[in-house]
Design a protein around this ligand. Structure first.
Ligand code: TMP
Ligand code: ASP
Length: 241
């Protein structure tokens, strides 16, 4: 396999092959999109900020025994990751009402749920990421019943760890999306990224939004919000090394 050949380009990241066929190099781009890529934007330094935030969170999850594809970060905006076969699901965990849930059920933005909610969406922009039931996932052959249970358990475990981390930053974790992949052994690990592109985090005192909703809803300077999250995480968790 040729070293550092582009193998995949997504909306916010690129993947390159490396000298090991088990390892890919993941590059965070400066672009961002919303509404299934209908709205497009970018800002200087975005790739680096998201790479650093993802690094801090993957590292914290690893400390707490959550296995992910993350191996090491190659500053400023790349990480070496294990090659996985992505399960085509967006696994969303919600602690509070927001976004599509508020809209779909006319519920009040920011209200706490009785317990964290895990939902599965089919990862397909052209179909606008439709909600998919557990039974559909099984019947389509995307995951077995046991694997679905494992995804739910891992997602809730990740949620508990992230809630604690953001609590230390005086931030409320409203919701987030994660993706999982299978290693060649079949083991399921957390994959993709965990960044302000794929979560909602609000200031615990003021409710100010620091995540991609700033971009989606034109709420203010997006870079300032992303940087606020990064700086607070660095303070709470220590720097990148
Ligand atoms: P939603 O309220 O729009 O369904 O989003 C729930 C969470 O998932 C929110 O933190 C944003 C994140 N998300 C993604 O990362 N990718 C997506 O394509 C969508 C729709 C949401
Ligand atoms: N991630 C999706 C997109 O790029 C949707 C979103 O985050 O709003 O369009």
């Amino acid at each position: 396999v040729a070293v550092e050949t582009l193998v995949y380009e997504g909306k916010a990241k690129r993947l390159y092959s490396t000298d090991s066929d088990q390892v890919l190099l993941m590059e965070y781009k400066n672009s961002l999109t919303a509404f299934n890529a209908l709205k497009k934007g970018e800002f200087e330094g975005k790739g680096q900020i998201n790479c650093e935030i993802s690094t801090l969170l993957f590292r914290e999850l690893k400390k707490n025994h959550v296995s992910s594809h993350w191996l090491e970060t190659v500053p400023p905006n790349k990480m070496r990751v294990l090659r996985t076969k992505i399960i085509p699901l967006e696994v969303v965990v919600r602690n509070r009402i927001a976004g599509s849930l508020a809209k779909k059920f006319k519920l009040h933005d920011g209200d706490l749920l009785q317990k964290p909610l895990v939902e599965f969406y089919f990862k397909d922009d052209a179909l606008a990421d439709p909600f998919v039931s557990n039974e559909q996932i099984e019947c389509f052959g995307w995951a077995t019943r046991e694997e679905i249970r494992q995804l739910q358990t891992m997602a809730l475990q990740i949620n508990q760890i992230l809630i604690q981390v953001f609590h230390q930053c005086r931030l409320n974790l409203v919701d987030f999306k994660v993706e999982f992949g299978r290693l060649t052994s079949g083991e399921i690990v957390l994959s993709d990224e965990i960044s302000p592109d794929s979560m909602r985090v609000w200031d615990a005192a003021t409710g100010e939004r620091y995540d991609k909703d700033r971009f989606r809803l034109d709420l203010g300077d997006v870079k300032t919000g992303y940087n606020e999250i990064l700086q607070r995480l660095k303070l709470a968790l220590g720097g990148l090394q």
